[in-house]
Design a protein around this ligand. Structure first.
Ligand code: CAA
Length: 407
């Protein structure tokens, strides 16, 4: 049974900070950001946006042309969760009008949980090929203001439908994983920003890559030379270059620097303009590869490495399906990136500092560009979400407690 990704799309906020502005304010050479880290812009979420609205926006597009009644599973992957108990996916389920006969839950293990969700969905679809699963991976990468991690922030979501006979990428059964208890990056419950030991996190990423690769080989995976492209988890684009060089060198593969670059370059286009999106990043890279390159990748094999600090890694592979290009939303994704508003440094700072009140009092968020959904505020400890310009065929219904606001 062939199973894999049937549709895939991306949402990123309508605002960004040009890293040239950040370099000026942080008294840092711009070349460090552009060449040393490999980033040009970073997406900044507006106060009335969160992982739910970003995820719903991504999923709205992914579900186009797909019979929603076939979705029996919605897995939401995030490390920017909005509630300790209720899955963010439940809000998305309502906003998208998915069938009530659906299991919906949230998964967590840093940036890697989206891949765990994908593996779970593949197994589920293999058991019941008439059904489809929706995976939403949505995150806000947030580090201390003025910290070394600041230029590697970003925000965005991907949504993918997993099915039998997938039209985009068939995912192969072999998957090699590695887990080790380390403190390279984490976010305690009482903090809004991640705590990170940057250099150590890079070291652990590379260690997990090799360990996952060895586990993948033991599972009977493909030889390195059979993959024509590689997608890596992208905390910043230079990380993929480091990782690919490390994998090539440590497997004794003979590839020039140019050949190595050609295997990853197209996966980096979107990330350079968006920044880290934690759980979504690997799949933003995959989408960038499918939408960004000029060459038809039909029948080509792609190697993928997912890394989640803390830590866990997984290496697996897939085959791009012939005809995949007709199913992409490349034009819309490019338009979305081009239409973004550049923030002044002061507005970036204001957005950054607008962290939701934690004292439990009610509040309303100011209105900004947020795509089709927005996070309106909190009332009586309940998060309020609004649907903007709901299509006529998708009526907006109030949830059972009646606190929904239609705009
Ligand atoms: N011109 C060109 N290059 C320059 C330069 C200049 N003027 N100045 C510095 N550079 C280069 C440096 O030589 C270095 O390159 P190498 O890595 O090849 O040595 C690069 O720019 C970065 O410089 P530093 O190492 O001095 O940077 P830093 O101390 O400011 O920290 C960072 C960089 C560790 C990535 C930091 O931004 C950070 O902590 N980010 C968050 C953590 C992270 O992303 N970790 C990645 C692995 S963990 C993971 O993947 C999970 C996840 O999503 C978080």
């Amino acid at each position: 049974m062939r199973v894999g990704i049937d549709s895939l799309s991306l949402y990123t906020p309508g605002y960004y900070l040009d890293l040239a502005l950040l370099a000026e304010r942080r008294n840092t050479p711009l070349l460090k950001y552009v060449k040393g880290i490999g980033q040009e812009r970073m997406a900044v979420p507006a106060p009335d946006e969160d992982v739910v609205t970003m995820g719903a926006n991504a999923a709205l597009q992914t579900l186009e042309g797909i019979d929603r009644t076939q979705i029996d599973t919605l897995i939401f992957a995030t490390e920017s969760g909005v509630d300790q108990s209720k899955a963010a996916g439940i809000y998305v389920h309502r906003l998208l009008g998915l069938p009530s006969r659906c299991r919906t839950f949230e998964v967590k293990q840093a940036c890697c949980s989206s891949t765990a969700a994908l593996q779970m969905a593949l197994a589920s679809v293999a058991l019941k090929p008439s059904r489809k699963a929706l995976i939403v991976a949505s995150d806000v990468a947030r580090y201390g203001f003025g910290s070394a991690g600041e230029p590697t922030q970003g925000a965005g979501a991907i949504a993918m439908v997993v099915s039998a006979h997938p039209r985009l990428v068939e995912i192969h059964p072999a998957c090699g994983s590695y887990t080790e208890d380390v403190m390279d990056f984490w976010r305690p419950n009482y903090m809004n920003e991640a705590v990170v030991d940057g250099k150590y996190s890079i070291k652990m990423y590379l260690k997990a890559l090799m360990e996952s690769w060895h586990a993948y080989c033991e599972e009977g995976g493909m030889a390195l030379g059979e993959f024509s492209r590689f997608c890596y988890h992208l905390p910043f684009t230079r990380m993929a270059e480091k990782a690919h060089r490390h994998l090539v060198r440590n497997t004794g593969t003979n590839l020039s620097a140019e050949q190595q670059a050609a295997q990853i370059d197209d996966t980096l286009i979107y990330n350079r303009l968006i920044g880290n999106c934690y759980t979504a990043s690997l799949y933003v890279g995959l989408l960038s590869l499918l939408e960004g390159g000029e060459r038809d990748l039909g029948n080509q094999h792609v190697g993928m490495f997912s890394y989640g600090s803390g830590c866990m890694g997984s290496f697996f592979g897939g085959t791009v399906q012939p005809g995949y290009r007709a199913l992409l939303h490349a034009r819309r994704h490019r338009d979305m990136l081009q239409a973004r508003e550049a923030l002044t440094f002061e507005r970036y700072e204001a957005f950054y500092n607008h962290v939701a009140q934690r004292d439990g009092s009610d509040y309303q968020n100011p209105r900004n560009h947020t795509g089709a959904y927005r996070f309106a505020g909190v009332s009586d400890h309940k998060r309020l979400y609004e649907t903007l310009n709901a299509p006529a065929d998708q009526p907006v219904e109030a949830p059972a407690d009646g606190d929904f606001v239609k705009v």
